[in-house]
Write a protein that binds this ligand. Structure first.
Ligand SMILES: Cc1ncc(C[n+]2csc(CCOP(=O)(O)OP(=O)(O)O)c2C)c(N)n1
Ligand SMILES: [Mg+2]
Length: 803
């Protein structure tokens, strides 16, 4: 129940104010001078649809530990609420959708008003809430909860068309497996999407689906006014009519208003005495108000229903609403991007009793005293603790991680080394080991997380022993589930992996407890979860994602399992530092660095050594391989370690007269080294550049160039330092088991002619040798390419082939 009847009155005032502010914000944004001919936009109708729901939630139902993903197009409503509470500035509202203004879609990173989850790509805000709840449970199970609160509810305010997104159902299924608690999805069931009105009968589908996954379904169909009318004589007939009415017709009548309702109801219900009298007792305005009084717009109903929930089972609330409710846009099927005209805004303003010039004033047009309203706002529980952004202590990284001698063998793959490094950490009782949480979409064993999981076990809210072990059936995997476990095993859906990494990677900020999440998946399937990866990065979640195996080096698996574009994804994804080391010693250094990088949150100036913004930190992507290759057997030193992190190091330093260098990234190191060997008798000074991160090498170069443009001519990036000492005539051949564009930019750094080898077309089945030859990344092809760049080509190529 709302706290008191007086509160309900107050909620109604706030509802009116929030609707006004949201509509005015969008209106003003669209009245700003268009400098570049691009419309500003905004969603008055989508916002209006959610005003009552959000008023009830934020001013009555929510508690500080609750976390909310707000439907993207209700961003103005959210900002209006925060503005009323003094958490959003007038300047930013006036500049909604403008440069440094309040964001079009709620953004954790770009908005100042305590956004819990960013939204924008429909379905993802919905999908992250079950995973946030799982992480909340995980933290509680470890006895860590810094807030000491009872668990928060992870709430998604869902546009009904968001339920078209497949990731929503993937999340439902995964939630069921993990015994999901404390998760509410409140569906703004306005039966409209962007292009129009949704299919009839959607309600039944939605209800059935949720129930199938073990959710409670609570329907908010009729408001208090409607329920009262149904109790009147003839009310039953009216209810039956409403229930039978199609979405299209209901919307159209809502748009047309009272007179249209009267005519239609009379036409359909005929002269049925009682119900006709029920209709005739009401004026057109009253009739319209009655038909608009759906559950999702009735503060009383909303408040009562939400506050009455006394359990932690997941709930889908289906709240019937009207898109554009309370505005002239209500119900029209084209209203998604529709904006009120000037005349409509003027009339709306008069109706809201907002005097010209006072449009932004917080209490303008509200009845009741400003002192009383302010006193009410000051007492709202949700805002009582101020901004709910936590910080967590930094977890120490033992030096041994970056050295990990156990990971290095004479011959090994980066994937095997990864497994050994994690296993080594798992053996220790360090704080680092305790804070790592791993996860994988059904590829735990095949991505080499197995040894770590055997040590650290699987997480579940309830204990579940490994039946095979109990039955003494030999198996390499010892999988006990318990609240102590540190691995969260997921089903195959990669979207869920990235949503979970997103939620776990925000744990320090959402729950005040640092987790160091590591997720593994097959590299090509990074694409399957790409939007959720982007979403996690956009929210500044912190995690390590390991794509393994990768490339055509996964030779016998064929084109469907061999990744090509992933190095470019790694380079272009903001918030993600990508590495593809060739050797185990490099990988150990990178992992040690990554644990630290994930925990950084400064915002100082770029590092003058690399010109990267390393103070801010971010997430890390490791592209690894199952291909076993001979290891160089080096002794790591600090200089080498720094270069590995900066993105490149000379495997073979070029001589003073080098006319060729071979630059490689990843497991084709062996081919690059062999090619250099084949060429060495003619080209003593040949260099081999080992690139551990095209991403960071490139980013440092870009940053230094920007610094040059600003007039700092001393800015020198790592790439410039490495390539700057090469003679001008020197050629570069680059090679990668991935798209060649990953490295082709190296030619632009100092203007050296460059040829880039790699994979551009879908892979094949075969041996590594077959495939490297087919795609021209074997040693002979590299050497041939090098030869073609210099004089005396034909004779030289002949000798190479003969050799
Ligand atoms: C992944 C994705 N695809 C497309 C869009 C474009 N889009 C924005 S809103 C919308 C329809 C939303 O309808 P609904 O969720 O019912 O919200 P309503 O506007 O009715 O409140 C679409 C298709 C988007 N934001 N994200
Ligand atoms: Mg809708």
């Amino acid at each position: 129940m709302a706290r008191a009847t007086g509160d309900l009155k107050m909620l109604r005032r706030l509802e009116k104010k929030i609707l006004w502010l949201a509509c005015w914000m969008i209106d003003q944004a669209n009245r700003r001078e268009k400098v570049d001919g691009v419309k500003v936009g905004g969603h008055q109708a989508s916002s209006a649809s959610m005003v009552s729901l959000m008023t009830a939630l934020y001013f009555d139902v929510l508690r500080p530990q609750d976390r909310v993903a707000v439907k993207p197009h209700a961003s103005p409503v959210f900002h209006a609420i925060q503005y009323l509470m003094g958490n959003q500035t007038l300047e930013k509202l006036e500049n909604f959708r403008g440069y440094h203004g309040a964001q079009s879609y709620p953004s954790r990173t770009k908005d100042v008003d305590d956004v819990d989850f960013s939204t924008g790509s429909v379905g993802l805000g919905v999908g992250i809430t079950p995973f946030a709840s799982l992480i909340q449970d995980y933290i509680a199970a470890k006895g860590w909860s810094v807030t000491g609160e009872k668990p928060g509810r992870m709430i998604a305010l869902v546009g009904d068309a968001e339920l078209d997104e497949g990731n929503v159902y993937e999340a439902l299924q995964e939630g069921w497996k993990h015994d999901l608690r404390n998760c509410w999805w409140i569906i703004d069931y306005n039966r409209q999407s962007l292009d129009g009105v949704v299919r009839e009968g959607l309600y039944d589908r939605i209800e059935t689906v949720f129930k199938a996954f073990g959710w409670d379904v609570v329907t908010l169909k009729y408001g208090a006014l409607q329920r009262a009318a149904f109790e009147e004589l003839g009310g039953e007939a009216l209810k039956e009519w409403i229930d039978a009415c199609s979405n299209q017709l209901y919307s159209a009548l809502l748009f047309q208003g009272g007179a249209a309702w009267r005519k239609r109801l009379h036409d359909d219900l005929g002269d049925q005495g009682k119900v006709s009298a029920l209709i005739d007792r009401r004026s057109n305005d009253e009739l319209s108000e009655l038909m608009n009084n759906l559950g999702g717009h009735c503060l009383e109903t909303l408040s009562e229903t939400f506050n009455a929930i006394d359990h932690d089972r997941p709930i889908a609330f289906i709240a019937y609403t009207v898109k554009g409710h309370g505005t002239p846009l209500a119900g029209h099927k084209d209203n998604h991007s529709g904006l009120m005209t000037s005349a409509q805004v003027q009339a709306f303003q008069e109706q809201m009793k907002v005097r010209p010039g006072r449009e932004w004033e917080r209490f303008e047009g509200l009845d009741g005293s400003a002192v009383d309203i302010q006193a009410f706002l000051d007492s709202v529980p949700f805002f009582a603790k101020g901004r709910r952004r936590y910080r967590a202590e930094r977890i120490e990284i033992p030096q041994t991680v970056a050295v990990s001698p156990g990971a290095v063998r004479e011959e090994t793959s980066t994937q095997a080394a990864f497994g050994r490094i994690l296993d080594g950490i798992g053996k220790s009782d360090s704080e680092l080991a305790a804070r790592i949480v791993t996860t994988s979409p059904d590829v735990t064993v095949s991505t080499n997380l197995g040894p770590w999981v055997n040590r650290r076990q699987l997480f579940a809210r309830r204990e579940l022993a490994d039946l095979f072990r109990d039955q003494r059936i030999p198996s390499a995997q010892k999988w006990d589930f318990s609240p102590k476990g540190q691995h969260i095993e997921l089903g195959i859906a990669e979207m869920n992996l990235f949503l979970l990494l997103g939620a776990a990677g925000l744990s320090h900020s959402l729950f005040g407890e640092r987790l160091l999440p590591i997720g593994t998946l097959y590299d090509p399937f990074v694409s399957r979860g790409l939007d959720a990866l982007n979403y996690a990065c956009y929210q500044d979640a912190r995690f390590i994602v390991v794509g393994t195996p990768s490339g055509i080096s996964l030779s016998s698996e064929g084109g469907a399992h061999q990744s090509i574009a992933q190095p470019l994804i790694g380079m272009s994804q903001d918030g993600l530092a990508s590495f593809e080391p060739a050797f185990a010693d490099e990988l150990a250094i990178i992992i040690g660095w990554a644990f630290d990088y994930m925990q950084r949150d400064g915002d100082g100036d770029p590092d003058e050594h690399t010109w990267l913004r390393d103070e801010t930190g971010g997430s890390v992507y490791l592209r690894l391989s199952t291909r076993q290759i001979e290891q160089p057997g080096r002794k790591p030193n600090p200089h080498f370690a720094q270069e590995v992190i900066d993105g490149a190091t000379w495997l073979k330093e070029p001589g003073p007269n080098a006319d060729l260098i071979i630059a490689y990234q990843g497991t084709v190191a062996t081919e690059a080294i062999a090619a250099a060997g084949m060429l060495a008798d003619r080209r003593r000074d040949i260099g081999v550049l080992s690139i551990t991160s095209a991403d960071r090498l490139n980013a440092g170069w870009q940053a230094a160039q920007r610094e040059h443009a600003r007039g700092n001519l001393h800015a020198l990036s790592h790439a410039e330092r490495l390539l700057g000492k090469l003679p001008r005539h020197c050629r570069i051949v680059t090679v990668i088991d991935g798209h060649p564009a990953t490295l082709s930019w190296l030619g632009g750094v100092m203007g050296h002619k460059t040829v880039s080898l790699g994979v551009e077309h879908f892979g094949q089945t075969g041996t590594v040798k077959d495939l490297y030859r087919h795609y021209g990344i074997d040693a002979a092809s590299i050497a041939e390419t090098a030869a073609s760049l210099t004089s005396g080509r034909s004779e030289y190529v002949t000798s190479l082939r003969a050799g």
